[in-house]
Design a binder for this molecule. Structure first.
Ligand SMILES: [Zn+2]
Length: 703
């Protein structure tokens, strides 16, 4: 077993096997030798192999659970693991927690129960994330925990493998089972609250408790594995970290894992955002980005992504120093489509030459802060749980993510170097010039103090939308008194804003298809934009000005954007989340505002086409920077891009040599205003450029 296997593993593969066993034909053609031969065809470095699935049956001859009948008494898991080892692949064992139909059916007392006492497979059951087919067991149930422990010990003691992956470590419902009620009674006292009220300490504390319980469950199962097999790596899925509070996942899963990882099916912009979040939250690099070879997700078993699309997933992960895990799904009879592995092989072999170059620290001037405690829907506030929004795997409307992901898209396309961080990085704000904190409705005192210190020391803080009074009153000195009744409003620049947003004409302000927060108490010279409204309420059909639109006509007297000094730094608050607007002038205004807040030159600048994503890593052990360019064009094959100019802030270094990794070409460069400038082309999907450096003589003399 190699403890640090993951540090050199960027090409990983998992074959989903969530197959039932009520038909004698199921999995009859599953054959470890063919399985591993396919992985070899696909150039896989690390194989993740099923020990069980959500269906609950085991793929090894277990004594504690039920063996899948389709195995015909063969040790499928053992057969695959030993063959992978012979082929020099690392091996990770997949184990499904909480989602276990067999355990659910065999042990009704282990089930997660909703407020009405319904379990997830009951007809008409409500308020479960994934239900009907899925049997859910409660992680607070001690008997279920004992069962898991036995299974983990069986696996760890009887098989050789390098890592364990635990799937589904989250709350698929607010559980009212006897175990949860008893634990709440013991640790908090009284009954579990039933009314959603985020202004009420009892409800917020209950949600913190649910997070703590799932974090404790993640840590406990990780400890079970590490105790039974010292040196084994553990990964709990982090795929739901950005999901609503209902799922109860925040920082506990990455904290219990050796590296962060999870599966996503939302396209390249989502991947870019998640890769940055994982890159900052993971305890060790590389993190792991998983997605399916099925397009767009595993719900479509037969539609296959092209080699180019799979390669782009791999390159985008690699551009963030992340591993890429491709997920295939087995056919019901256990056969696999060899073509799938040939196509994955195309993608993986394209990644291979770049892998040994990856690594280092992401360089960024701006950080988007994802508030993991603000993941809730305001429209549910004050409602009983029974009347709250239904959340299922097919309708996860994550509106609180609109602002951070839109901000990320705009920064990416404007080539402003940025990172995505969360509370676990709260003590690592210092390298950034600007911190963007959208929709931070819930913040704790540690976060408030960290933000204040960051700004006092010269940083810039951008807040938007409904923000905790701890920040708005504490930092800006303004008080929220409500929000506009109009859901169509305008942002009209004034004062210093007229200069920042010079392309917005005063009589044609920026349209926002949302209400804006009304706040009072700021000085007139701190207002850089005002809220302008239509003459009539757009929701009122009887009385209007212009039948199709609601033109701006009325100054509300309230600020739309406030900008003020705080300590050595600057704070900005936008009453609407300007960054969510998709219109080009709005996005340009947001970029202008963020550029104004960056007081030092950016770490890199480029004229590259907006479809190209650039990331920069500092690799001090190799005395170089590494620049990644990913050609994320919407339609493939990608059109080659010629003549991309890049300049880099060198922070006291002298460039020695600039090498393009794909062909080893040495690129000519020159210095301009303390920056190294060079030109490259991007003829394929991906490129890496190494900027080798040495300490400048003058700097050494000063030191
Ligand atoms: Zn429970």
């Amino acid at each position: 077993m190699s403890e640090n296997w993951y540090k050199k593993s960027y090409r990983r593969c998992l074959v989903d096997m969530h197959i039932e066993d009520w038909n004698a034909g199921f999995l009859q053609r599953l054959e470890p030798e063919t399985y591993v031969r396919n992985l070899k065809t696909a150039h896989v470095k690390t194989a993740m192999v099923y020990a069980n699935s959500h269906v609950g049956y085991c793929y090894w001859p277990t004594r504690s659970g039920a063996v899948h009948k389709g195995t015909n008494g063969c040790d499928i898991l053992g057969g695959i693991l030993s063959r992978c080892k012979k082929e020099n692949m690392d091996t990770v064992v997949y184990y499904s927690l909480i989602y276990n139909n067999w355990a659910y059916e065999q042990h009704p007392d282990w089930r997660i129960l909703n407020i009405d006492g319904q379990a997830s497979r009951d007809a008409g059951a409500k308020h479960f994330f994934m239900k009907g087919r899925y049997g859910l067991c409660c992680p607070n149930n001690e008997k279920y925990r004992a069962f898991i422990k036995t299974q983990i010990e069986e696996l760890c003691r009887n098989y050789e493998f390098d890592g364990l992956f635990f799937d589904m470590t989250f709350w698929p419902a607010i559980c009212f089972c006897p175990a949860c009620r008893a634990r709440y009674q013991m640790e908090v006292g009284g009954e579990i609250p039933e009314v959603i009220d985020w202004s009420d300490g009892v409800w917020s504390a209950f949600q913190k408790k649910r997070e703590a319980w799932i974090s404790e469950f993640a840590a406990t199962t990780a400890a079970m594995a590490r105790q039974a097999k010292p040196g084994v790596t553990v990964e709990h899925t982090c795929a739901t970290i950005h999901f609503p509070y209902l799922l109860g996942t925040a920082a506990g899963n990455p904290a219990a894992s050796d590296y962060a990882g999870g599966d996503f099916y939302g396209g390249f912009m989502q991947q870019s955002f998640i890769c940055k979040l994982y890159s900052s939250m993971t305890r060790n690099q590389p993190f792991e980005y998983m997605t399916s070879r099925c397009d767009p997700s595993l719900k479509d078993h037969t539609t296959m992504k092209s080699g180019d699309v799979l390669a782009l997933h791999g390159f985008l992960a690699l551009a963030h120093n992340g591993a890429f895990l491709a997920i295939d799904a087995i056919d019901p009879d256990g056969s696999q489509n060899e073509e799938v592995y040939r196509v994955i092989g195309e993608a993986f072999s394209a990644m291979e030459p770049f892998e040994q170059e990856a690594g280092g620290r992401l360089c960024a001037d701006v950080a988007i802060y994802l508030s993991l405690s603000s993941k809730y829907y305001m429209q549910d506030n004050g409602k009983h749980i029974r009347d709250s929004k239904e959340i299922s795997d097919t309708s996860t409307d994550l509106d609180y993510l609109d602002a951070p992901v839109s901000a990320a898209r705009t920064l990416k396309e404007a080539h402003i170097p940025f990172a995505v961080i969360a509370r676990s990085n709260i003590n690592e704000l210092e390298p950034f010039q600007v911190l963007i904190v959208p929709g931070a409705r819930e913040v704790d005192s540690t976060e408030v103090e960290a933000f204040r210190t960051f700004v006092r020391n010269g940083g810039s803080l951008y807040l938007s939308g409904m923000v905790s009074p701890k920040l708005l009153e504490g930092v800006f000195g303004v008080r929220v008194i409500g929000e506009t009744i109009e859901k169509l409003t305008y942002i009209s620049p004034c004062g210093e804003g007229a200069k920042i947003f010079s392309r917005v004409r005063p009589n044609y302000p920026l349209t926002m298809f949302s209400s804006q927060i009304l706040a009072e108490g700021c000085a007139e010279d701190e207002v850089i934009a005002r809220i302008v409204l239509p003459l009539t309420d757009p929701a009122e059909p009887g009385r209007f000005v212009s039948i199709h639109s609601n033109p701006p006509q009325k100054d509300s007297g309230f600020p739309a954007i406030i900008k003020k000094k705080y300590g050595k730094g600057t704070v900005v608050w936008s009453a609407a989340a300007l960054e969510t607007a998709v219109q080009a002038p709005h996005r340009e205004a947001f970029v202008r505002l963020i550029q104004t807040l960056c007081l030092s030159p950016l770490v890199f600048e480029t004229n590259a086409h907006p479809s190209i994503e650039l990331t920069l890593f500092d690799q001090p052990e190799k005395s170089r920077y590494l620049l990644n360019l990913v050609n994320l064009q919407e339609l493939l094959p990608a059109i080659p891009i010629w003549g991309i100019d890049v300049s880099l802030r060198l922070d006291g270094w002298d460039p020695v040599r600039i090498v393009r990794i794909s062909d080893g070409a040495v690129l000519s460069h020159h210095m301009e205003a303390g920056r190294v400038c060079f030109r490259t082309d991007l003829t394929g999907l991906f490129e890496m450029i190494a900027i080798e450096r040495e300490k400048t003589v003058t700097t050494e003399r000063i030191i």
